[in-house]
Design a protein around this ligand. Sequence first.
Ligand code: S3P
Length: 458
Amino acid sequence: MRSFYETRLGRSYVTTILSHSIFGLSGKCRVPGDKSISHRALMLGALSVGETRIHGLLESDDILATVSAIISLGAKVTQLEDQTWQVFGCGVGGMAAPSDVINMGNSGTGVRLLMGLLAGQPITAVLTGDASLRSRPMKRIMIPLGQMGVNFSAAEGDMLPLAMTSPTELMPITYEPPVASAQIKSAILLAGLAAPGETTVLENIATRDHTERMLEHFGAEVRIDGSHSGGKKITVVGQPELIGRPVVVPADISSAAFPLVAALLVPKSEILIEDVGINSLRSGLLKTLVEMGADIIQRNKAGAKGEPVADLTVRASRLKGVHVPAERAASMIDEYPILAIAAAVADGTTRMEGLAELRVKESDRLALIAEGLRGAGVEVEETESSLVVHGIGRAPPGGNTVNSMNDHRIAMSFLVLGAVSDYPIRVTHAETIATSFPNFRNLMNILGTDMRIEGDTE
Ligand code: S3P
């Protein structure tokens, strides 16, 4: 396997991709494994005793950062074949102090979940990331883990790099996160594994539940009370013995979203996307697109244990603008950039609310979506936490250059817009796509898009 460091060295170039309009997408594809589930499978494997065999692991930069991190903490990780990995863990509380700084690259999920895992190891660790990750808020994790007894020393603004020292015995807590965030919830639950007694997270809006599902799969006792003020009360019982388990990772709906929207927007398209994870706490995009008039046929399958899976047949459709309520945001938080592209081509206005969190993702996504769409000739209104896109009901002019600002989902979204615009769209810093979807351009071009690398420059 290529090590994480080789992968990062391999990314010391920048790539610009030019996406030209096309006449239709066809064929079938399977997008790479789910990023959220891949991080969790590796981390729970590292916290377990015995073998965890993971099938369908996403092999992207973000996930390889997590692989490197758990190796540096003492887990044994082997790539058996493409997308099949074996982890031998150290048990809850059994990890070794890392001998160097842990660099989590671009991965917000990776670093925040790792902080939860590290809280339960009585060691000191220093964490950092790339420029984007170093500008993202970590206080949201430091506060609850601090209440459990972890000591933090972080860069100004409570950002990375940070050092954390965990006590020999953590305190269990009950915590209500101030924002709907599966990363905060998961960090607390992972820390709670090492605390005696019960650790509880109160969610007012339910967020993706992959951690809870996987904790149960690995043998932890998790109690979920769905009657907590519209959300959930999630309790993990501390100090279980986790046992290594097989995990099958479904294809990532957040990656499937790109070929899916491309096929909806480019006339005469019809594609099949196989084995997509359709957990209802992740599939708000499907619901929204169907409301917009999308022709998507979902064939449910016997899922990988614990996670529902379906094949999706997608046909080109005439979409209309809709209102996307704030309550739906958590179930499609990563899909707003590509939804905004669909909204730009749809007939009429799409209003999206409850988007404050988009300002602190891999980039300020609200600002970049608005700027990129305006550059392509689409009228957009933006507030602190909402976006209104005035769809033009046909192919937009395009012809603009979008700097992805090292945000993979911004890069992929505007490359999809290029496939349906009058003039090609150029995306710079497209190498960032490797954080979540390394074979994106290839897979899309096999389906029929025309995305060309313009040239590598140092
Ligand atoms: C993720 C949770 C979301 C999402 C991220 C993955 C996870 O972040 O944006 O890409 O795997 O838990 P928040 O929990 O901060 O909303």
